[in-house]
Design a protein around this ligand. Structure first.
Ligand code: MG
Length: 481
């Protein structure tokens, strides 16, 4: 009896191996990135939030890898998204700026055509591609070349920029920070493809509608391969949630909004399971930058990290990062290695069999060893830019701040020589400067910064140009959105 069982088990194993092998040969993996907007490091249950309920993301973390040291490549929206799309620091594409920080409603610049996006790279391998949600890498109402379908996406549904960028005069005052904002106060335009389908967009149903379009795309392309970039509009303020979530969270409206995003992730993972493609689809969840702290209760929390959106302290750029692909990404792992949104492009390219562009500096690394929990990745210093200025660098557990600046308000850049030095393992909140005890570490980080600087070429800045009929307000526009 035992022998028969063993033979049967062996046959089963051989069959499974053959199936798995066959599947690998015939099907490239699908990729999904879910990018929250302005979600803080401390805003999810699995990152320690005590009252925001995120059972789907918590489960995703239990079934996959949760990163503790995952970074966006900028502290505000536009440069962060440019880096994610290109695998390169935004200084290389001109998608960062000291005056405006992000693309504005009246901007005409966009992600340059010379940049190779993740979507374009995957298209070379036969992927269907969709961008659903906030783009913020070009406003096609001013310049059609800024549209995501000009940068590698087959399908688009969403807002060209942040949900606060079309405030209605006389109505929007005080609504930005409100815990129950007036839906009529923001005249956000909603597009499907290149067609304006709704203005003002009903923002209370945006998360739900993004999710429905995402699930539809998954089901329509379940034979694969596909790449879905779902860039949620929230929890960027103003905060809107659907009836099913409004006034439900103990954390108030901010919690409502995050809990609806969590629901959305659950719907997507359920759709993958129902379509039988969960084991062949890599899903990554993160945020574009830290919490917008000046929004009070309408903004999120960076947990024990210092500062938030707009800052090169950890709270501005260290994000939740959760990887999921049952069978390939091992379950229940907490990864303490440094990783970033820029790593997704070279990693996806490798998995898809695409060539990583070799004609330009690539800042992201293939993090397959981290995602399979099979090793580490050799990484030089991780660089923190604020606009076009290099503010800080991290090498291993050490972080040196060469310049600091309050994230908001009239505070000026403050240079540091020697730089401030923090041990991020011993002092994740960056409270205690230990530069005086570690001149050797500072020398090492400074050398790494010089290596990085040597690779940076001047490029045209994409965030300065605006439509000629509008002048904008310098002081207002200087606040990141
Ligand atoms: Mg943002």
């Amino acid at each position: 009896m035992m022998k028969r069982l063993l033979v049967a088990a062996a046959a089963c194993a051989a069959m499974f191996a053959a199936c798995a092998c066959g599947a690998e040969k015939s099907a490239k993996p699908n990729f999904i990135i879910v990018l929250a907007d302005d979600l803080g490091y401390g805003d999810l249950g699995c990152y320690g939030h005590p009252s925001i309920r995120t059972p789907n993301l918590d489960r995703m973390a239990r079934e996959g890898i949760r990163f503790t040291d995952f970074y966006s490549a900028a502290e505000v929206c536009t440069p962060s998204r440019a880096a994610l799309m290109t695998g390169r620091y935004p200084i290389r594409s001109g998608m960062c700026n000291d005056r405006f920080r992000v693309l504005r409603r009246e901007s005409t610049g966009h992600l340059p055509d010379s940049e190779i996006t993740l979507a374009q790279l995957l298209k070379t391998q036969g992927y269907a591609t969709a961008c659903i949600g906030k783009w913020h890498l070009g406003n096609w109402m001013n310049n059609p070349d800024g549209h995501p379908m000009k940068h590698g996406f087959d399908y688009y549904f969403g807002l060209p920029h942040s949900n606060d960028m079309n405030p209605v005069a006389g109505l929007a005052k005080g609504q930005h920070d409100s815990l129950d904002p007036d839906p009529k106060a923001f005249n956000a335009p909603l597009f499907e493809g290149e067609k304006l389908i709704e203005q003002p967009a009903d923002q209370t149903t945006l998360t739900r509608r993004y999710t429905e379009h995402a699930v539809k795309f998954i089901n329509e392309h379940k034979d694969g391969p596909f790449f879905l970039y779902l860039a949620q509009t929230f929890p960027h303020t103003p905060l809107f949630a659907s009836d099913a979530f409004r006034n439900k969270s103990p954390r108030g409206r901010y919690g409502d909004v995050v809990e609806e995003i969590d629901w959305s992730v659950g719907q997507i993972l359920d759709a993958l399971r129902a379509a039988g493609i969960d084991k062949n689809t890599f899903v990554f969840f993160t945020s574009d930058n830290g919490p917008w702290l000046i929004r009070g209760l309408a903004g999120g929390s960076a947990g024990l990290l210092r500062d938030g959106k707009g800052s090169t302290y950890e709270g501005g750029m260290r994000e939740p990062g959760i990887a999921w692909m049952p069978g390939k990404v091992p379950a229940g792992i907490v990864c303490h290695e440094i990783a970033s949104t820029m790593d997704l492009l070279p990693t996806f390219a490798t998995w898809a069999g695409a060539k990583i562009p070799a004609d330009r500096p690539m800042d992201g690394l293939d993090i397959t060893p981290l995602l399979t929990n099979s090793g580490t990745v050799q990484r030089d210093a991780y660089i923190y830019y604020r606009g076009t200025q290099l503010y800080a660098a991290r090498l291993g557990k050490w972080k040196a701040h060469f310049i600091t600046q309050p994230s908001y308000g009239p505070g000026k850049p403050e240079p540091h020589d020697p730089p401030l030095l923090f041990d991020l393992n011993a002092d994740p909140s960056e409270t205690t400067d230990v530069a005086a005890q570690h001149a050797d570490v500072i020398a090492e980080i400074s050398a790494a910064v010089q290596r990085h600087r040597a690779t940076v070429q001047p490029v045209m800045n994409q965030l300065e140009a605006v439509v000629s009929t509008e002048t904008g307000s310098g002081s207002k526009a200087a606040q990141p959105h």
